[in-house]
Design a protein around this ligand. Sequence first.
Ligand code: NAI
Ligand code: MG
Length: 355
Amino acid sequence: MNTYKIAVIGGDGVGPEVCREGKKVLHKIAELDKGIGFEFEDFPWGCEYYLEHGEMMPQDALETLKKFDAVYLGAVGFPGVPDHISLWDILLKIRKGFDQYINLRPIKLLKGAPCPLAGVKREQIDMLVVRENSEGEYAGSGSWMYKGKINEVVIQDSVFSRLGCERVIRYAYELAKKEKKTLTSISKANALNYSMVFWDQIFEEVGREYPDVETYSYLVDAASMFFVKEPERFQIVVTSNLFGDILTDLGAAIAGGMGLAAGANINPERLYPSMFEPIHGSAPDIAGTGQANPLAAVWSVSQMMDFFGYEEWGKRILDAIEQLLTEKKSLPRDLGGSSTTEAVGNEIVRLLERA
Ligand code: NAI
Ligand code: MG
């Protein structure tokens, strides 16, 4: 039997509430599949921890997490702690510290999921965005000079290294090749005359190793328009950190909303644990009310199963979500129902059992 050690960081607000349901799904899988087991350890890190200890997580947190096969994260951030602290001191620390340089975000309109686009068929929205997750516009490099003075200047650098661009672009090509899908690079070389010219050049260079992959290249502004007007243009998408961040929220909006959007932070070499999370935040406005939709957190468990090599289970979880959406009996509030977070989780587990 393969036993996987999962570090659970529920975090703040609805984070722990949705993670609880995701864990239920993993427990059920272990029960149904004698070949798979999970060991969980919960870590109480996040904003509450910060208010008590003056840090979002202990200094040796990465050392502690290193021993796990995966990190399962809810959400961090809460009123009272500045967002840049909660984001940089836990999420980005883990992403960077564990070299999770790939961010995988499926944008797939499941059967029964709401779509705000008129006249779009479900089959038209089915893509996977591969977002660069370690550098680019989020490298954290820059300076702030003459603070508060009339000549105040801020500079925010973008960092695009050859290694950083090549590895994410190659990952995307490999995926497109394996899944026999088209690959689209999204950049902005007309305006960003260093970083994006370089990105485009590397996209082309690496592409020479993959003559069978059909490729497209769009400027990010045009791509945003096509996400809405002709989403069927996209299958596998590769893009920079900032563009990927923005485009995947747009993607979430056209594919069922934030309650259904999941993301995986992957270290492909498996030198460090990868991290799976819903992409929504801690939703302080509904925390504690039982209204949070756990389906994004459940979808990220599906990504975790794919990553562990159990794609059959990954698919079964998605099928269960799809069934819940089409049966419409146990929908959470944001999808027009009245079921609690826990009731939605229980229904997913029941559907998994039935499949
Ligand atoms: P948010 O995603 O927490 O909430 C935006 C809206 O979506 C709210 O109306 C909320 O009620 C709703 N929503 C979010 N998740 C939901 C769910 N599972 N079910 C039903 N409704 C849901 O974004 P917001 O309000 O901008 O940020 C709140 C806090 O979360 C901030 O402190 C922010 O920094 C943090 N945050 C953390 C993230 C992370 O941990 N990955 C990502 C985004 C924000
Ligand atoms: Mg975002």
